[in-house]
Design a protein around this ligand. Structure first.
Ligand code: CP
Ligand code: NVA
Length: 304
């Protein structure tokens, strides 16, 4: 699947058809990987990876993904780059465009990824910003499709912080025909514009009551209460005990509901060990699927 967009910054760049295409490409790649069959479709391609923030899954899955597709990746710590001495993001983007084929960046301000995309002549992928995490949602949608055999018509319930993962999840739900109900404390709602745009395509409910949000839910999802960019002390107090995904809350969702979490997780905080390590949890398949969906994304953006 060739994508019309040059860059993936939020998820809204994709059309519903393109998103569906990426998921089916990921399924094919996953099947091939199961047989240790790796086609070198990215031979001679290089991915530049800039990480302003820590990462386990994103960094390793992109690096392994490039390797399995016959390409190469370079991990760039901003501290080791001239960025740390004040070289502009614009000039960095222009320079990397002369050496590499794609930039993956995990950044603080979303504005930085937008600047990289504007000034790079090569594709730019958002590997998480303070506002969006589109690559996570590609993996989440693949996981839901595997477990539920469809996406359209399902209900996803998001409990906790209306954060970067939640924002991209709203676009993911809208583009794939799922409804989404979000329960967040007042003041921690997802991005208003994301809600407005997505509400034109599907039902988006933002409420404060987690019990109401999980009613009839096929998927219950959450994330840490303290994202990397949340520096304030005592933030968890805004959420607990009301917004913890525990056994009682899971019982209010559909009997066959699955539990999702992008990881890293804090057991006893946003989710109990009983839920995340229990029979409804699909978090390890979700983590694995980062690899397959990222390979599909990379191939769709940079293969010849
Ligand atoms: N879910 C996710 O993006 O994990 P990392 O922060 O480890 O990359
Ligand atoms: N919301 C979390 C996701 C980590 C993958 C964060 O931004 O830290």
């Amino acid at each position: 699947m060739k994508l019309k967009t040059k860059d993936l910054l939020t998820l809204k760049e994709l059309s519903p058809k393109e998103l569906e295409g990426l998921i089916s490409d990921s399924i094919k790649l996953k099947k091939q990987a199961g047989k240790k069959l790796y086609k070198p479709v990215l031979k001679n391609k290089t991915l530049a990876m800039i990480f302003q923030k820590p990462s386990t899954r994103t960094r390793v899955s992109f690096e392994v993904g490039m390797f399995q597709l016959g390409g190469h990746s370079i991990n760039l710590s901003p501290n080791d780059m001239q960025l740390s001495r004040g070289e502009s993001v614009d000039d960095t983007a222009k320079t990397l465009s002369r050496y590499t084929d794609c930039i993956l960046a995990r950044v603080y301000e979303h504005d930085m990824i937008e600047k990289l995309a504007t000034h790079a002549t090569i594709p730019v992928i958002n590997g998480l910003s303070d506002s969006f995490h589109p690559c996570q949602i590609l993996a989440d949608l693949l996981t839901i499709k595997e477990k539920k055999k469809k996406l359209k018509g399902l209900k996803i319930s998001w409990i906790g912080d209306g954060n970067n993962v939640c924002n991209s999840m709203i676009y993911g739900a809208a583009l794939s025909g799922m409804s989404i109900s979000i329960a967040t404390p007042k003041g921690l709602e997802p991005d208003k514009n994301t809600i407005k745009e997505s509400a034109k395509m599907t039902d988006v409910e933002v409420i404060t009551n987690p019990y109401k949000a999980v009613q009839n839910a096929d998927i219950v999802a959450t994330d840490t209460f303290t994202s990397i960019h949340n520096l304030e002390q005592g933030r968890t107090k805004k959420f607990l005990p009301k917004y913890q995904v525990n056994e009682l809350l899971m019982k209010k969702a559909n009997d066959d509901a699955i539990f999702m979490h992008c990881l890293p997780a804090k057991r006893g905080s946003e989710v109990t060990a009983g839920v995340i390590d229990g029979p409804q949890s699909v978090v390890w398949d979700e983590a694995e699927n980062r690899l397959h969906t990222q390979k599909a994304l990379l191939a769709s953006l940079i293969r010849d």
